[in-house]
Design a binder for this molecule. Structure first.
Ligand code: FAD
Ligand code: DLZ
Ligand code: SF4
Length: 509
């Protein structure tokens, strides 16, 4: 039988990975490599690098225990070639095996690198998702609009999750109407399960500290799980203690609480330590046994079999240029406060602070605080995209780019979002308690103290009037703007420009 090198990447840590399933431990050799290129093609958060390396090391140990021959390169191995393809070439030379089998990487950059490698590389589909590329293409074919909601219903039918025969459980597909309550006064859930670093993790932390200590982000304390068993415990703690309130407060934000009732399972899910179906089945069981209400469980399952699968479908359907799109022609440089410089905007400073400390922010912080600001201020989407890809522990391009470039920045021209997710300070004030502690006034609409989101909201709408005024879902916004007294409109735009100029000069805003 011909031997092969079986490549396993840092986000492919699943025992039933297609490349492994189709391999033979008796004569195939697994190749895994911690490489400088993957850790620094964007300056990944040190916690993210540590998580990936530690989880890779533990997965390699498990494979060895199952009888696999694993050639594993640590970052500080003297012969480490520094890139995935470089490592494959080195291993091919050492073993005399030039046939490689890989599961498709989650980023066009790496797919192309593998395709161009001077080796015989066979790329298998990544079937850890519910929808294959073909399933998504078939669903998308002939549709004018690719709306998540309809795709999601297909996934419900396909999986049988929350289905009563061919009808949705409870009679409705979507219970968002019951969700999205404003921030609660207090939160009974203490947050995700924390794990004390073991010897493997400690070694990795030292390595990452020495090599990537200058990247944005705090490395220690490090509390993420780094193997499947830990990830599963973290999942079950969420299901038991937070899922029942997940729906109610899904969109809320609190100055003094970083996680509210969120699962914080995306790092584990995206690295392959958990599977989407097992997570959803566990949530469904909680509903069936009366431990969590339908609105929470449906909302949670929708994020995973709906949004997560849908954004992946869009990323691969749209092609390799997706992350470079800039439909609104935005060119402003990313302000330094995204990298932790001081800002008077409390919502931004708290979202960035927790991003720095945890490599995590929840969806509404990403969408309606840092994302919303990027869109309103006209920041170059590619710079924003690289920021999100760098700073979040769960960020891989297949999931990050459609969320950032598409959902958040409208830079794909409206494939994912039917209208831009823009809001003034009023939304943030309704959903959080940030504004109470902010140097700006959320109720002020003009002047130096006016909340910048208030100024930039109108600035954005005025700048892009030609594109959006005809969108029926935005007609109300333009009607409100047009009803405003002309002098007031001029003042708003002037104050917004003053703010943007100050920000562009690098002054504290
Ligand atoms: P929960 O709120 O508890 O949700 C449960 C799960 O649903 C998540 O773990 C995740 O797997 C899935 N999910 C929820 N929303 C989405 C979504 N929009 N797209 C895909 N999956 C979703 N998610 C990533 O996994 N990686 C990213 O790089 C990423 N970048 C984002 C960038 C922007 C600008 C925005 C607006 C969102 C981004 N998201 C990303 C989606 C979402 O913010 C995260 O999945 C979520 O915050 C992860 O935290 P959680 O596990 O506590 O999620
Ligand atoms: C994110 C990441 C990092 C930081 N380091 C590695 C690495 O050293 N070796 C590896 O195989 N994978 C790593 N990864 C994950 C890859 O970047 C990921 O597989 C691609 O971006 C495709 O999703
Ligand atoms: Fe953010 Fe504006 Fe509220 Fe300040 S007032 S926290 S800038 S929304």
């Amino acid at each position: 039988m011909v031997s092969r090198l079986i490549l396993i990447l840092g986000d492919q840590l699943s025992p039933d990975l297609s490349a492994l399933r189709n391999a033979n431990p008796d004569n195939d050799i697994v190749v895994m490599a911690e490489v400088g290129d993957e850790a620094s093609y964007v300056p990944h958060h040190p916690k993210k690098i540590a998580f990936v390396f530690a989880a890779m090391r533990k997965f390699a140990q498990q494979l060895r225990a199952q009888g696999w021959n694993v050639l594993y390169a640590q970052l500080d191995d003297t012969k480490n070639a520094g890139s995935i393809v470089g490592e494959l070439l080195r291993r091919a030379q050492d073993t005399g095996i030039s046939r490689v089998r890989a599961t498709e990487p989650g980023e066009w950059r790496l797919i192309e690198a593998l395709q161009q490698a001077p080796l015989q590389v066979e790329i298998l589909e990544d079937d850890r998702f519910l929808a294959s590329h073909k399933d998504f293409q078939d669903w998308a074919a002939g549709r004018k609009q690719l709306r998540m909601e309809y795709f999601y219903r297909e996934m419900r039918r396909k999986t049988g999750l929350l289905m009563d025969g061919d009808q949705p459980e409870g009679g409705k597909w979507n219970y968002d109407h019951d969700n999205r309550k404003p921030a609660p006064d207090d939160v009974s859930y203490p947050g995700p399960m924390q794990f004390t670093p073991d010897a493997v993790v400690e070694d990795v932390l030292d390595l990452v500290d020495a090599r990537f200590g200058e990247h944005f982000g705090t490395l220690r304390p490090f509390h993420y799980a780094t193997d499947r068993a830990g990830a599963h415990r973290a999942l079950m703690q969420f299901i038991r203690n937070a899922l029942p309130r997940f729906g109610d407060f899904q969109d809320a934000m609190l100055d003094q609480n970083r996680f509210l009732y969120h699962a914080v399972i995306s790092p584990y899910l995206n690295a392959g330590l958990l599977s989407p179906l097992e997570i959803c089945r566990a949530a469904e069981d909680a509903y069936k046994s009366g431990k969590a209400p339908l609105n929470a469980v449906e909302g949670f399952i929708r994020q995973i079999i709906g949004w997560r699968e849908y954004v992946r479908g869009i990323y691969f359907l749209e092609g390799a240029d997706y992350a470079s799109r800039n439909a609104l022609g935005h060119t402003r440089s990313l302000p330094a406060f995204y990298w932790g410089s001081d800002t008077r905007m409390r919502c931004i400073s708290k979202a960035v602070e927790q991003t720095r400390d945890e490599a995590y922010a929840h969806h509404i912080q990403r969408l309606m605080v840092t994302g919303n600001f990027g869109l309103l201020a006209g920041i170059d989407p590619h710079q924003v995209h690289e920021w999100y890809l760098s700073v979040y522990i769960d960020a891989y391009e297949w999931v990050e780019a459609p969320n950032t470039v598409g959902m958040s920045l409208f830079a794909d021209g409206g494939i994912i979002a039917s209208k831009p997710y823009v809001s003034s300070g009023a939304y943030i004030n309704r959903m959080s308690d940030y504004c109470k502690n902010c140097a700006y006034s959320v109720s002020a609409k003009t002047g130096e103290d006016a909340c910048p989101f208030n100024l930039l909201y109108w600035h954005f709408l005025a700048r892009h009037r030609d594109r959006f005024a005809g969108n029926p879902r935005m007609a109300n916004m333009y009607r409100t703007w047009d009803r405003m007294d002309e002098t007031r409109r001029d003042t708003v735009l002037r104050d917004a420009d003053l703010f943007l100029n100050k920000m562009d000069r690098g002054e504290r805003v």
